[in-house]
Design a protein around this ligand. Structure first.
Ligand SMILES: [Zn+2]
Length: 433
């Protein structure tokens, strides 16, 4: 008799300082799929659902796909949005009949209009249906804000170990293992969490440079080899969330009888985060310094990438900041690709003018003057597109991304990718498509 496993995905990284509430339309723009559509959309992708589909094949699970929902980070989920996703998952569970195990893919830093801890609330609603004994694994983004309720009500919390995040597939597989063991009667995993009293830490979770995050992950690897310890996860936290449980944390999944040891590990690693809280390996430049680097750059050595981290929609920013673009235009730098600029009205103007047409537009800067005013410029429409592509880089490989109606506006030697959906530039196809 095959084990029956429910899978679901609820992703959101909520920037509570954003003036843009997160709606169901925001989810539809990225993805909001139910039931068997989850398999057709995510099979053979480097995602959590892709990983769970393969784990199900390997273990011979009978899958109950509930719902998968993901939206670009923005403000709190509206009442309707959060209710739709929570109830969609819980209703699928209620109508599923026997369920032996549950695998959830969450970000872990969601905030809803009615809840500062939606993931914990979801687990509570699920436990109310299945009781305390059905094993539940929850994968998390490395930038999760973990609550005690999330740890207490799950069997294992498994966070990404890469930043940029390229191990979603592997983490889902890691989470499937203790669920399989528990269903076979070989384990009864429980989870706990420890949190140092700091808003930020582990250098934001960077895994591409030496520093506290890599050191903590090495500790986690070593502790995971101990008997009775299933998973040790390090979360860097997500700071732009004005909630009580914001910040880094350590989650430890353990077997019965090992709770004291798990708590000791969590405390020791949490203390390490506190001790190294000031360490950072990033040097941030002013706009002027970045432009000076661009002017001095030797293009024969390959591209120079300038990232405006404060305008990253992947962290809930608007994606329409104008100061860097204004400085590039003023410096008359050539051979520049800027992306993305979120401005649906500018795209509509470009569509009307057509390729080769000229438009004068107040570009960007429409949400918060703190990130720059709209930029008046006259541009040639170099290209128009439906803005759809499939990620072919290492992050979310195989997943379709929708920038919405898209225009490339050319001003001097600068091409600006102007989009109708806020998206994070995680794949070169933003430019190449
Ligand atoms: Zn993250």
């Amino acid at each position: 008799m095959a084990f029956r496993v429910l899978i679901a995905q609820f992703m959101h990284e909520t920037n509570t300082f954003s003036v843009l509430p997160t709606t169901l339309d925001d989810y539809r723009r990225r993805w909001l799929v139910r039931g068997n559509e989850m398999a057709s959309r995510f099979r053979n992708t480097k995602t959590e659902i892709g990983g769970l589909l393969d784990a199900a094949d390997r273990y011979g699970w009978e899958l109950i796909p509930a719902l998968a929902a993901n939206a670009t980070p923005s403000g709190r989920l509206t009442v309707e949005t959060w209710a739709f996703i929570r109830d969609g998952i819980v209703d699928a569970l209620k109508s599923a009949g026997r369920v032996d195990g549950i695998c959830l893919a969450c970000h872990g830093a969601a905030v809803a209009a009615t809840s500062d801890d939606p993931e914990g609330e979801l687990l509570e609603a699920i436990r109310a249906v299945v009781g305390p004994d059905v094993p539940i694994a929850m994968t998390l983004d490395l930038h999760a804000n973990v609550t005690d309720r999330m740890a207490r009500l799950s069997s294992a919390l498994i966070s990404y170990r890469t930043y940029p995040h390229v191990d979603q597939y592997e983490r889902a597989q890691q989470g499937a293992a203790p669920i399989q063991a528990a269903m076979e009667g070989k384990g009864k995993p429980r989870c706990l969490v420890a949190q140092p009293a700091t808003l930020s830490g582990v250098d934001g979770g960077k895994t591409t440079v030496p520093g506290p995050m890599l050191d903590l992950l090495a500790m986690a690897d070593a502790f995971e080899k101990e008997p009775g310890i299933n998973v040790v996860s390090v979360q860097a936290g997500f700071m732009p969330s004005d909630i009580a449980n914001v910040g880094p944390s350590i989650a430890v999944s353990h077997e019965p009888g090992y709770e004291a040891r798990a708590a000791e590990i969590a405390r020791a690693m949490s203390q390490r985060i506190w001790d190294r809280r000031g360490e950072t390996f990033s040097t941030l430049l002013t706009v002027e310094q970045a432009i000076a680097k661009a002017i001095a750059h030797d293009a024969s050595k390959g591209p120079l990438v300038i990232a405006d981290g404060t305008d990253n929609p992947g962290g809930g920013a608007y994606g329409d900041a104008t100061r860097l673009l204004a400085a590039l235009l003023e410096a008359k730098i050539e051979g520049v690709a800027v992306g993305t600029m979120f401005d649906p009205a500018a795209v509509a103007m470009a569509m009307k003018a057509g390729v080769g047409g000229e438009i004068t537009v107040d570009l960007g800067g429409h949400h918060d003057p703190a990130f720059g005013e709209p930029l008046r410029l006259t541009a040639t429409v170099a290209l128009l597109s439906d803005g759809t592509f499939v990620n072919d880089g290492p992050m979310q490989q195989g997943v379709e991304t929708a920038m919405g109606p898209t225009a490339v506006l050319r001003v001097g030697g600068i091409d600006i990718v102007v989009v109708s959906n806020r998206i994070q530039t995680i794949d070169l196809q933003v430019f190449l498509s």
